[in-house]
Design a protein around this ligand. Structure first.
Ligand code: SF4
Ligand code: SF4
Length: 172
């Protein structure tokens, strides 16, 4: 598995393609498993040898994935979304585990982090890092990784209002 340092990324936005919710197993902490089980029952989860996971349908998709508007896919577990889902496709690390230390280094809250992204995600725009990536997206992922925030604004799919052009007058 190759993870790419954030300095190669112009911007990341989830487009709701749903691929990650089909391709990967979501490992749950015991507390996450308990919270999900208390609401939905044990049948929506599964147990491995040493790990607990979210359940999958026969087609490989997460049992909480459901179709949204315009061909997008939505998460039905927003209110108690597991940390692994909240952080994907970023890796927020305290050491440069995947190499390229200088390009992965990100300083925030007077701390050093090493930030990588999984290139499997279709929401990546490659290029020079944008202000939104540096000041909004990555800081939010770091705050979530540190447990400083729960709510997601830039680290999940942003539903943007649809603007229709206003036709003032035919001859305007
Ligand atoms: S995180 Fe990436 S792969 Fe997952 S739904 Fe969003 S764009 Fe698709
Ligand atoms: S819990 Fe939500 S984000 Fe996580 S895999 Fe399932 S549908 Fe995707």
């Amino acid at each position: 598995m190759v993870f790419v340092p954030w300095r190669y990324v112009n911007l990341w936005r989830c487009n709701g393609c749903g691929l990650c919710c089909r391709e990967f197993e979501v490992v749950l902490t015991f507390k996450e498993w308990l919270n999900i089980t208390k609401i939905y029952g044990v049948g929506v989860t599964k147990a491995g040898l040493n790990k607990l996971y979210i359940g999958k349908r026969a087609d490989g998709s997460c049992v909480f994935l459901y179709p949204g508007p315009n061909g997008r896919w939505l998460c039905g577990l927003q209110h108690i979304k597991p940390l692994a889902c909240k952080l994907w496709p970023f890796k927020i690390l305290s050491k440069p585990k995947y190499g390229h230390a200088s390009e992965a280094l990100f300083e925030y809250l007077d701390q050093k982090f090493y930030v990588y992204i999984d290139p499997f995600c279709t929401g990546i725009r490659w290029g020079e890092p944008s202000a939104e990536l540096i000041h909004k997206v990555i800081p939010e992922f770091i705050e979530i990784a540190l447990g400083l925030r729960q709510n997601q604004l830039y680290s999940t799919m942003i539903i943007r209002p649809v603007f229709f052009p206003i036709k003032l007058k035919d001859n305007f």
